[in-house]
Design a protein around this ligand. Sequence first.
Ligand SMILES: [Zn+2]
Length: 216
Amino acid sequence: MKVHILLGPPGSGKGTQAQRLVEKFKLNHLSTGDILRDAVSKGTEIGLRAKAIMASGKLVDDDTVNGLVFARLRQGFEGDVLFDGYPRTLQQAEALGEFLSTQMIELGHVLSVAVPDGVLEARVVGRRVCSNCGAIYHVETKPPKQDGICDLCGSPLKHRSDDTAEAFRSRMAEFNATFQPLLGFYERKPNFRSVDGNLAPEQVFESLVKLFAECA
Ligand SMILES: [Zn+2]
């Protein structure tokens, strides 16, 4: 069993790419959300702790997230594991590194879907959503046939307040404060590779497959 990691900012298409890699290479897809739900439903000690933290409206801290992930890894897997959304912080990455070496588990590929902030911003700011059916458009890359009107149901399209440049920049600054140190940590690893996420999803997938097919 090897552990592979896929990194990328929100809006990079990382989630979809992870899903496709999992299918193509028959991997075990591990998201912290799934591990959390599983531990909570099984009522394990750490699961109950996480549940209490979430019930109080707080974010589950690094040590608890690590504990959940390590408990799941200790149970073992048939085949390799692909992490999606973990590690999320430098602390989690360092703790994972130590855990893997004590358990003699090999770190496989660390792949990063890199998209410049300006490109992500253009994707978000141009987004329009149907006020009725929720269909998603983009003023440049996927415009409706009639300006401001949904092709599917004829209702007006809206520009969500989350999709303004200002809201995007504030989210991105918060994300990068955590993500950049994490990325810096993995960039120094010999098994780190970055793919150009500013391409069509199919091309991004091809690049990832090519890297994945190489030995980690
Ligand atoms: Zn619609």
